[in-house]
Design a protein around this ligand. Sequence first.
Ligand SMILES: NC(=O)c1ccc[n+]([C@@H]2O[C@H](COP(=O)([O-])OP(=O)(O)OC[C@H]3O[C@@H](n4cnc5c(N)ncnc54)[C@H](O)[C@@H]3O)[C@@H](O)[C@H]2O)c1
Length: 247
Amino acid sequence: MSRQIPAALSMDGKRAIVTGAASGIGKATAIALADLGAELVLVDLSAMDATRDEVQAMGATCSVMQGDLTDDAFLASLFAGPRVHAVAHCAGILMRTPWDEDPNWNERFHRMMDVNVRVPLQITQAAMNHMGEHGSGNIVLVGSVAGKTGGTSLNTPPDYSASKGAVHALVKWMSRKAISKGVLVNAVAPGPVETPMTRGNNMGPNLPRGRMGKAEELAWPIAFLCTEGAGNMSGAILDVNGGAFVG
Ligand SMILES: NC(=O)c1ccc[n+]([C@@H]2O[C@H](COP(=O)([O-])OP(=O)(O)OC[C@H]3O[C@@H](n4cnc5c(N)ncnc54)[C@H](O)[C@@H]3O)[C@@H](O)[C@H]2O)c1
């Protein structure tokens, strides 16, 4: 017997921006939101043909905006069109070369903070202003277990861990600002997940489950936070880490 998606979880008639949509968690989130009926706006630096083809094959309406989110004009343009109901901001970076041997450390540090901290703040601010005009909206950021623990191992570079700790702090700050406009700001804090970001770094055997997370296992909690089902959640950082950290 087929059943309809419950209204509280349906994204029918809703427009959702997914950043980082070319790859990993962002791509999986776009697919999960398409499954819930959302109209999608895919955003990434890289080409998103594979994601677009997949969500269109599922019947979703989908547009693509390729560009660099550190470019303020590009970021602002995401909110220049029709009403956006949800933003799942999954774009992010991790440089895995040893930071203390990196001759370009300063440059790398500033790039990390630009992409992983300033952009989440800017996109939350822009989305909040846009959604606030309509009285509601859901914004979801992606932190990390590294932002809570410093990292699952010393292989996690300190600039990355610090950037994710900052994301958690700004979710708390922005959620308090946004709630009076009817806008909900939340995040997930993933443990290690198999994506291009972690390729070749198999932490699975050292994790409580004996394996890393899958992108879909992050996508569904993120998609849930985009729905009315999460209607009273504000400032939450959901641990989605397969038991890698129980805080
Ligand atoms: N994979 C993990 O183990 C893990 C764990 C914790 C948190 N996270 C976080 O989850 C999020 C998604 O990571 P992922 O594992 O899917 O990585 P990924 O590398 O597969 O995907 C990240 C995407 O972000 C895009 N991106 C990067 N900088 C951008 C910019 N300036 N403008 C537009 N797009 C940009 C990339 O092109 C890429 O497609 C990131 O914030 C990451 O830090 C990942």
